[in-house]
Design a protein around this ligand. Structure first.
Ligand code: NAP
Ligand code: MG
Length: 406
C-alpha cells in the first residue's frame, strides 16, 4: 500500500443523520481514510446527540470551524413535530445549518456537479453556475399588514440616540389594500459582499451581482453601492491579478445573459432572487444529489456540505433491509472541497491534488455509465449504463480512485 498523504492542519468533521450518515461512513472508510492521514476534530450532530447535549454540540462544532478554518458537514435533520415524536426529543431544536451560519455570519454558495452524460436543460451551460444567496432580510423578515379601509399610511423612524423622529409618507389608500415593509442592514450586506468576493477569488471565477436598482433607487441601490465600495477597496487589484472580473448588471439583464452564457461564474443575488434562481439552476442541472454547498464567512472560514437533506425515504428502506440506490456524489464533493481548501490554506499541493483526483474518480465513474437510480433516468441512454446500489457506487469510485492514484 502506498504511503498516505499527510494533511497538515486539522479539519472539523460534523456527522449527521439517516441515509447520509450511512453514506458518510462509507465515503470516509472507502475513499478518504485509505489514502489520507488526517487529524479530525469530530462532532456528532446526530439528532439524538444534539438533543442529549441541548444542542451544545452544534455550537461547539461552529466554534471549532472558527478555530481551524475548514469544516465538512453531513446532512442533518431539522426537527419538526413528527421528528420530536420519532426520536423522542426534548424540543424542536433549531436547524444546525442555521445555527452554524449565524455563528459564522456566512453566505451559502451552491454549485452543481456537471458530468458529460447528463446535459443541463440549457445547452450552452458547460460550466457550473454558482449561486450566492444573501440569506438575510428583505421579504423573509418583513412586516405585512392588511389595510382594511381607506386611509393614510405613514412610517416613523425613531432614532435610539439623536431623538429626531423621521416621518415618511407611504400612501393615501382610496380603499382596502395591503402593505409590505422590508428591511436590511448595511453590515449584513457588506458581509455578504465580502463572502462573495472571497469565494469568487478562492475559485478564480468571475463574480456577477444583479439587483433592480433602476426601480429601487435607495434599497437595491444600497446593495450595489456596498458591493462596489468593497470591490474598489479590497478586491480590484486581486481580481486583476487573478484575471477575473466583477460585473454588476440589472437583474433582468443578468437573467437574459445567464441563459446564453457558458456558465462558470458566481452569481450573487439578493435573498428572494437567490431563493428562486438557485432552484432554477439546480433543476436545470438534474438531481439534488449533484448539488454541493459551501458556507463562506466574511473572515475566510469555509464549511462544505451536500445541498440535499438526509434522504429520509431511502433510510427507511435501508432500515427494512431493502436495497437502496442513494447517490453520494455531493457528500464526496463535500470531502474533496474541504480537503482542497485545507491544502490551499496549508500550502500542501499533494492534498489539493488528492481532492482533484477524488472528484475526477467520481465524475469518470458516472461518465463511464455506473450510476445510482436518480441519475440513470437523467443520463443519455446507453446499453452500457448500469444502475448500482448505494455501496456499489462508492466501491466503483474507490476502484477508479485507486487507479488514478497509482
Ligand atoms: P432530501 O433529503 O433532500 O430528499 C428529498 C428527495 O430527493 C429524496 O426523497 C430523493 O428522492 C431525492 N434525493 C435527495 N438526495 C438524494 C441522494 N443523495 N440520492 C438520491 N436521491 C436523493 O429532503 P427531505 O427528504 O425533504 O428531508 C429529509 C431531512 O433532511 C429532513 O429532516 C430535513 O430537515 C433535512 N434536511 C437537511 C439539510 C441539511 O442538513 N443541509 C437540507 C435539507 C433537508 P426520491 O425519494 O424520489 O428517490
Ligand atoms: Mg427555493
Amino acid at each position: 500500500m502506498a504511503k498516505k498523504i499527510k494533511v497538515k492542519n486539522t479539519i472539523v468533521e460534523m456527522d449527521g443523520d439517516e441515509m447520509t450518515r450511512v453514506m458518510w461512513k462509507m465515503v470516509k472508510d472507502k475513499l478518504i481514510f485509505p489514502h489520507i492521514d488526517i487529524n479530525i476534530d469530530y462532532y456528532d450532530l446526530h439528532i439524538k446527540h444534539r438533543d442529549d447535549t441541548d444542542d451544545q454540540v452544534t455550537m461547539d462544532a461552529a466554534r471549532a470551524i472558527i478555530k481551524y478554518g475548514v469544516g465538512i458537514k453531513c446532512a442533518t435533520i431539522t426537527p419538526n413535530e413528527d421528528r420530536i415524536k420519532e426520536y423522542n426529543l426534548k424540543k424542536a431544536w433549531k436547524s444546525p445549518n442555521g445555527t452554524i451560519r449565524a455563528m459564522l455570519d456566512g453566505t451559502v454558495f451552491r454549485k452543481p456537479i456537471l458530468v458529460n452524460n447528463i446535459k443541463p436543460a440549457v445547452s450552452s451551460w458547460t460550466k457550473p453556475i454558482i449561486i450566492g444567496r444573501h440569506a438575510f432580510g428583505d421579504v423573509y423578515n418583513n412586516i405585512e399588514v392588511a389595510i382594511p379601509e381607506a386611509g393614510k399610511l405613514e412610517i416613523f423612524f425613531t432614532p435610539r440616540n439623536s431623538g429626531k423622529t423621521q416621518k415618511t409618507f407611504v400612501n393615501d389608500f382610496p380603499s382596502a389594500g395591503i402593505i409590505q415593509v422590508n428591511h436590511n442592514l448595511d453590515k449584513s450586506i457588506l458581509n455578504f459582499a465580502k463572502a462573495c468576493f472571497t469565494y469568487a477569488f478562492s475559485e478564480k471565477i468571475d463574480l456577477w451581482f444583479s439587483t433592480k436598482d433602476t426601480i429601487s433607487k435607495v434599497y437595491d441601490a444600497r446593495f450595489r453601492e456596498i458591493f462596489s465600495q468593497e470591490f474598489e477597496k479590497n478586491w480590484r487589484k486581486k481580481f486583476a491579478q487573478a484575471g477575473i472580473k466583477y460585473f454588476f448588471t440589472l437583474i433582468d439583464d443578468a437573467v437574459a445573459r445567464i441563459m446564453k452564457s457558458e456558465g462558470g461564474m458566481l452569481w450573487a443575488l439578493k435573498n428572494y432572487d437567490g431563493d428562486v434562481m438557485s432552484d432554477m439552476v439546480a433543476s436545470a442541472c438534474g438531481s439534488l444529489a449533484m448539488m454541493t454547498s459551501v458556507l463562506v464567512s466574511p473572515h475566510g472560514l469555509f464549511e462544505y456540505e451536500a445541498a440535499h437533506g438526509t434522504v429520509q425515504k431511502h433510510y427507511y428502506k435501508y432500515l427494512k433491509g431493502e436495497e437502496t440506490s442513494s447517490n453520494s456524489m455531493a457528500l464526496i464533493f463535500a470531502w474533496s472541497g474541504g480537503l482542497r481548501k485545507r491544502g490551499e490554506i496549508d500550502g500542501t499541493p499533494e492534498v489539493v491534488k488528492f481532492a482533484d483526483k477524488l472528484e475526477e474518480a467520481a465524475i469518470t465513474t458516472v461518465e463511464g455509465g455506473i450510476m445510482t437510480g436518480d441519475l440513470i433516468t437523467l443520463a443519455e441512454k446507453k446499453s452500457s449504463n448500469k444502475k448500482v446500489n448505494t455501496e456499489e457506487f462508492i466501491d466503483a469510485i474507490a476502484a477508479t480512485l485507486r487507479k488514478k492514484l497509482k
